[in-house]
Write a protein that binds this ligand. Sequence first.
Ligand code: B12
Length: 225
Amino acid sequence: MTHIETLASFLLEGDPDKAWTCIESYPKTARPDVYHHLITPAMRHIGHLWETNKITVADEHLATATCDFILSKLSFGIRKAPSADKAMFLCLDGEQHYLGLKMVDSLFREHGWETRYFGPDLPLEYALQTAEIWKPDVIGLSVSIVYHLPKLQQYAEALGNLPDKPNILVGGRLAGMYDLSRYGSGNTIILKDLPETEEWLLDYRTGGPQSGTITTPTSPPLYKS
Ligand code: B12
């Protein structure tokens, strides 16, 4: 069994201690590597097991809850930097897939940002309300389900047009699979995975050319509302 499959099996058993030991024995120790090369593929492997009827929805929920615990443990204690740049992270209304977003939140904190992580399913009106008051430099949106894409455009436009014009970062399963350019507005940046997100963070810090796909209005639609 690979390390990925072993972790997946412990997550499916709902055993955080075994899952933690598996993470500790992984040869790469940097948090982003563990997220990108181990935990993300383990969760995707669980998706494959579900798709092929080898596990049930209940198993998937147990694995999710165990994974969430592991992510909290992994990121616990990263110091907040109150005077640094600010980023808030949320999933679109109805979007429950938040584990990836939680990793990204921790990555930003590790890079010295002050963050607010709102988890799944935040209606646009509340996202706007809080962003208007808190004034983040960056708003990160996560989308995994295809039928949520029309909402992505709404969120990107409304949040991107706030008076302080925050950068809107879009990520999630679909960002790695399709060209989502059409669903952004002028200041939307699409980041396909964690390494690209890290690159963006480094570019932001040095003021260099920003990585990721900057949205253009000409890309073909993937999903029609
Ligand atoms: C676990 C899981 C769930 C959990 C939720 C987990 C959670 N709380 O996050 C539960 C059981 C609740 C669930 C429910 C459902 N799910 Co589900 N789920 C999965 C599964 C197995 C793993 C998802 C995951 O954690 N991946 C690992 C994370 C880390 O990867 P990631 O999200 O891509 O994030 C990475 C990057 O994208 C990036 N990133 C993520 N967000 C952001 C944001 C920014 C700003 C940036 C820069 C980067 C970034 O960073 C991460 C680091 O690697 C996937 C299978 C798969 N292949 O993904 C299906 C999957 C996504 N689910 C699916 C479906 C259909 C559903 C349900 C409709 C099924 C159902 N009937 O219950 C519901 C819908 C819930 C909803 N309304 O959202 C489908 C979606 C298919 C589609 N056509 O859209 C998938 C692909 C399964 C499948 N093969 O059919 N699911």
